[in-house]
Design a protein around this ligand. Structure first.
Ligand SMILES: *Cc1c(COP(=O)(O)O)cnc(C)c1O
Length: 432
């Protein structure tokens, strides 16, 4: 079960006074000032509902980068061990805050490489096919990069793609995947499945899966279970440790606001951390810290998830993340999540009140089964509507064949943003 007790908020009016009231009562509203908003042609702030794709730049990020540029300039190689943020231990600055964000122990979390790379590294360790158990269960609507990663792992091990992948999808006429259907596949075919890997939430529909129930079902059948939380980190309460999942991966440039192409996060459950028989692609940064610079021939893995690190950390990519995790630590995931439930429910309320047959929401209605994002299906895949929304000064994204994703994020979006978006959307649909 997702251990969150929330009821759906009630809204009283579709008028602007309701948005203003909600903004006044919003205890997190001051975080908005901590972000740079992209501007339109006339210098006006654009309405930004695209944190699910690329989070905005925290105002503190530039200073963090400049500080490391300065240390490099003034300290040269000495910067690895001296200065206020020595580079050899730089990645450790985010271990605890990141662990808090995803609900894990600090020794279970490391930030390194990028998302798809980490997914591969996790599959090296946790996708260990045998003659009778080699299949991978994933969503039919998985993010393409995850699909390619899975396909190439199957090929790498000598299996066919069609045979090797079991896809789960919503029932005909339904919008999201039912937990019972997932559990049923695991129950019936679990013996063939080596790995279950799901996006949580799914990038396309915004559906949140019950990670604990799925993990327990998978483990009962002897499957490994991992999650791609690219759309979950900084968005929903993940409780990764308590789910019991074997691993999880995520990126930090979506809800985590760490900059384009920034580093990825990895969780490995503590029960695997001291198991030195797990196959692992190793590098010197995975070596036990006490021995890292002894330049020995033998690999003595770190007793934490850091044993999966291969290279020393790219400091300039890391630096903006420090500014972002500081804001998350200050706000706290539970407060952010509470606001997100209200903010996204408000968006849903306004969309439904439009009563426009050209649009419908495919994201689950239950706030516990979704994060910030609502996926809005446009009838006949009419992309003109999307272009007109963008022209009206609202930034969100389009996913083929017919989906607009809108994600008001609790750190920097206001109720007024949501109100304005819907006002413009309504104008566009009325005259379409
Ligand atoms: C954003 C996203 C990616 C992108 O992968 P990169 O390796 O960071 O380019 C992959 N998978 C999912 C589920 C995503 O949402």
């Amino acid at each position: 079960m997702i251990t969150e007790h929330t009821t759906k908020p009630t809204f009283y009016s579709t008028g602007i006074e309701e948005a203003e009231r909600l903004d006044r009562e919003d205890q997190l509203s001051h975080f908005r000032e901590q972000f740079h908003f992209p501007k339109g042609e006339n210098g006006e702030d654009l309405i930004y509902l695209c944190g699910n794709s690329l989070g905005l730049q925290p105002k503190g990020a530039q200073d963090k980068v400049m500080k490391e540029m300065r240390d490099w300039k003034e300290l040269g190689v000495k910067g690895h061990f001296t200065g206020t943020t020595p580079w050899t231990t730089f990645h450790e600055l985010v271990n605890q805050p990141m662990a808090d964000i995803v609900g894990a122990k600090p020794e279970e979390v490391v930030v390194m490489n990028t998302l798809t790379v980490n997914l591969h590294l996790m599959m090296v360790s946790f996708y260990r096919p045998t003659e009778n158990r080699y299949k991978i269960l994933m969503e039919k609507e998985a993010f393409p990069s995850d699909k390619y990663a899975v396909q190439s792992q199957l090929k790498f091990h000598g299996y066919g793609i069609d045979d090797g992948i079991i896809e789960i999808e919503a029932r005909d006429g339904e919008k999201s995947i039912r937990l019972e259907d997932l559990l049923d596949i695991v129950d019936k075919r679990g013996d063939e499945i080596a790995l279950i890997i799901l996006g949580n939430p799914n990038y396309f529909t915004g559906e949140v899966f019950d990670m604990k129930a799925i993990t327990e079902a998978g483990h009962k059948k002897g499957c490994m279970v991992g999650f791609d939380c690219a759309h979950g980190a900084g968005n929903i309460i993940l409780n990764l440790h308590n789910t019991g999942a074997d691993f999880a991966v995520w990126c930090t440039y979506k809800y985590m606001n760490s900059g384009p192409g920034s580093l990825g996060g990895v969780f490995v459950h503590e029960r695997h951390l001291k198991d030195n028989d797990i196959p692992k692609l190793a590098g010197w940064w995975g070596q036990d810290k006490a021995r890292r610079f002894l330049m020995e021939d033998e690999f003595h893995p770190s007793p934490t998830v850091e044993s999966w690190q291969m290279s020393n950390a790219p400091i300039l990519s890391f630096a903006p993340m420090i500014a972002s995790v500081e804001l998350f630590s200050e706000a706290g995931m539970h407060k952010l999540r509470s606001k997100a439930i209200q903010l996204t429910s408000y968006l849903e309320f306004l969309i439904n009140s439009l009563n426009q047959p050209a649009i419908s929401i495919i994201t689950p209605e239950d706030p516990q089964k979704r994060g910030c994002q609502l996926s809005i299906r446009i009838k006949d895949g009419d992309k003109k509507i999307y272009h007109k929304i963008r022209e009206s000064g609202v930034i969100l994204d389009w996913r083929e064949p017919n989906i607009i994703r809108a994600a008001p994020t609790p750190l920097y979006n206001s109720y007024r943003d949501v109100y304005e978006f819907i006002k413009r959307l309504n104008g566009i649909l009325e005259y379409n």
